[in-house]
Design a protein around this ligand. Structure first.
Ligand SMILES: [Zn+2]
Length: 267
């Protein structure tokens, strides 16, 4: 056995235990561009991932469908989410997903709409990229995207006073609802960071919230603390396809363990 690689027999396969493998996954994307940065996913590879999931027989669903219980046909399911509201999502994901009739959920940083991602807490490893304006966000909405909140200023929520936390949650929701003329029920924690009191506050305003907890969805997951797998870990889909296959599951488990040791990425 080569060091660092599990023996082939040790890798579980879907056929070995069909009832026990989790089948639902929420994927996180940020920008769709070719820069190779930590928040970038190549547009061609994005298309390959979406088409690959459909070819694997994965149902690409909305958040509400995902939380309704398992797929009536017992298909594995995935939900595509986008954080921050990058203009490249309008350019690349909007036409592709509209063409394929695939739903998606995009989380908007309302105080930075029409600007760039240079909010005060932005890490130095992220490039400065354009964000969509309200008219582009409304085009996404018209094409079937659901729009959720990713706060006003993209802060580390666990570090805020109660008053500022309330403002981040309520003002972003209010502004989205004014601009979109639609109820906003979904939220994403910036940087995936929160503490118990954060979630208590989020629950007052939203029905669902997504973290950066890197694992498959389980039946007992709290809708206000939903796990998500960052597509960053699935770059080069030709290497990891099928995404719902045993190889990807084993790889993601390893990455999640490493990430737990290293602490959360600042994204
Ligand atoms: Zn973000």
């Amino acid at each position: 056995m080569t060091a660092g690689y599990p023996e082939r027999a040790a890798i579980p396969t879907i056929n070995a235990s069909p009832a026990r493998l989790p089948m639902d996954l929420i994927l996180t994307f940020h920008s769709l561009d070719t820069s190779g940065s930590v928040i970038s996913y190549c547009p061609d590879q994005f298309r390959q991932v979406v088409e690959g999931l459909l070819e694997e027989g994965v149902a690409l669903v909305s958040m509400d469908e995902m939380l309704k219980g398992k797929d009536p046909d017992n298909r594995p399911r995935a939900l595509l989410t986008f954080d921050d509201g990058f203009r490249s999502v309008h350019e690349h994901a909007l036409p592709l997903l509209a063409e394929l009739g695939v739903p998606a959920l995009l989380y908007v940083v309302t105080g930075w709409v029409g600007r760039t991602n240079r909010w005060p807490t932005q890490g130095a490893d992220a490039p400065e990229l354009d964000l969509m304006d309200w008219s582009q966000l409304r085009e996404l909405q018209a094409a079937g995207f659901e729009l959720g909140s990713h706060t006003v200023e993209h802060p580390h929520l666990a570090e805020l006073t109660e008053e500022n936390l309330e403002r981040e949650l309520a003002s972003s929701k209010g502004q989205l609802e004014d601009e979109l003329q639609q109820t906003v029920r979904h939220f994403s924690y910036p940087y995936g960071t929160y503490k118990p009191s954060t979630t208590v506050a989020v629950r007052k305003h939203y029905s669902t919230a997504t973290t950066t907890d890197m694992r498959w969805l389980g039946a007992s997951d709290d809708p206000l603390l939903l796990p998500r797998v960052d597509a960053y870990y699935l770059r080069g889909p030709e290497r990891w396809a099928p995404i719902f296959g045993a190889r990807t599951r084993t790889y993601l488990k390893g990455r999640a363990a490493l990430r737990h040791i290293a602490g959360h990425l600042r994204r």
